[in-house]
Design a protein around this ligand. Structure first.
Ligand code: BGC
Length: 360
């Protein structure tokens, strides 16, 4: 079976009857949970390969889970409007149990990017297949009000770290999500105007404080790069591939973080020793493909495929080239072997395969 066919099969087989995509079915720390961030990219992958029903079910699940929290969103928004500082612990969660509950395990739970990424993926899916996901309106409107009110707050990043910072990849996801929500055409007039104004605020802030040496920075005011910034170019287009800042960001991430087809998260990474991430090779390849460099994109697709287990499953990261080798064992002891299969890795494989015309 090709890796495209296997990826579609793994994702379909593991999708919960509720519509949720588990991040990784057996990995100790992720088991039983679905992330908006991971799931949105998984849904984008299967949507591109014709699994319309699977993507519909995921988006309907998200809409229900977020829509069920519309009351919580409105109370958070009105507390903030009255000048109260809402504690991070009372914001919406980062991940949900497969049946849509908050879950009882401790997590790094205030992350805004997933809400934006979900709205972005929903809009891509709806536009691609020329139809709305039924019943999504309440969830879309709640997510939009949430992002409109809180986009400016520091929160944990894609890697669930540094809650004290404002992360540029997070801002890119929020910007894409707010624009997608407007394009979906289900917002009220006041919600739409506020969302559009917030999106402009995000772009202006990143332009002012998120650019250093002509390329994006990992967080406002910092100097490091992070591979999650690739998404600010393709697909989020905060700085499109043709913009000098977009092009310079992709080039700098590749220069600092890519090795022989695989991509590290950031230079100071110590998680499982800081290996190369399969899904990040997908983002870098996607950027090359979208910028008209198919041969470079193909190199990343081939590297991703070469990391599959004999059964065809893709891991979260591979450990042959580590940034911090002496930090690997502590994670093996804490959480066990690297998450495999990681559905987000398969989702990114599907996206990049589609960009390059590789089908099942
Ligand atoms: C990663 C997140 C990811 C989660 C589930 C974490 O280790 O930092 O980016 O969303 O795993 O896959």
């Amino acid at each position: 079976m090709s890796l495209v066919a296997h990826s579609l099969d793994v994702i379909k087989r593991l999708q919960s009857p509720t519509g949720a995509y588990p991040a990784s079915p057996t990995f100790s720390a992720y088991r039983g949970y679905s992330w908006l961030r991971d799931g949105a990219f998984v849904a984008e992958g299967v949507s591109r390969h014709g699994d319309v029903a699977g993507a519909d079910a995921f988006h309907a699940w998200c809409a229900r889970v977020v829509g069920d929290r519309a009351g919580q969103v409105d109370s958070l928004v009105s507390r903030a409007a009255r000048g109260q500082t809402v504690p991070v612990s009372e914001m919406l969660p980062t991940r949900f149990t497969l049946d849509g509950m908050d879950g009882a395990d401790e997590w790094w739970d205030f992350q805004l990017d997933g809400y934006g990424t979900w709205l972005w993926a929903l809009r891509e899916h709806s536009a691609r297949h020329g139809k709305a996901v039924p019943g999504a309106e309440k969830g879309v409107r709640a997510a939009t009000r949430y992002l409109t009110a809180f986009w400016h707050l520091p929160c944990y990043d894609w890697w669930e770290e540094h809650v004290e910072q404002r992360h540029v990849a997070t801002l890119g996801a929020i910007h894409a999500g707010l624009r997608a929500a407007v394009a979906l055409g289900v917002l009220g007039a006041a919600e739409e105007a506020a969302a559009a104004e917030a999106a402009e605020g995000v772009a202006a802030l990143v332009e002012r404080e998120g650019v250093a040496s002509g390329r994006l920075r990992k967080w406002l005011g910092g100097d490091a790069v992070d591979a999650s910034l690739l998404a600010c170019v393709v697909p989020f287009a905060l700085y499109p591939a043709g913009h000098p800042v977009g092009a310079a960001t992709v080039a700098e991430v590749e220069r600092q973080l890519a090795r022989d087809g695989g991509v590290h998260r950031y230079l100071a990474d110590t998680f499982y020793g800081g290996g190369r991430w399969v899904l990040l090779a997908g983002f870098l390849g996607w950027n090359h493909a979208a910028a008209g460099r198919p041969a470079e994109a193909r190199r990343y697709l081939d590297w991703m495929a070469a990391q599959a287990t004999p059964e065809g499953d893709l891991p979260e990261q591979v450990s042959d080239l580590l940034l911090a080798p002496d930090r690997r064992q502590e994670w093996l002891d804490r959480w066990g072997p690297v998450a495999t299969p990681l559905l987000w890795s398969h989702g990114m494989y599907l996206i990049l395969a589609d960009e390059l015309g590789v089908r099942a």
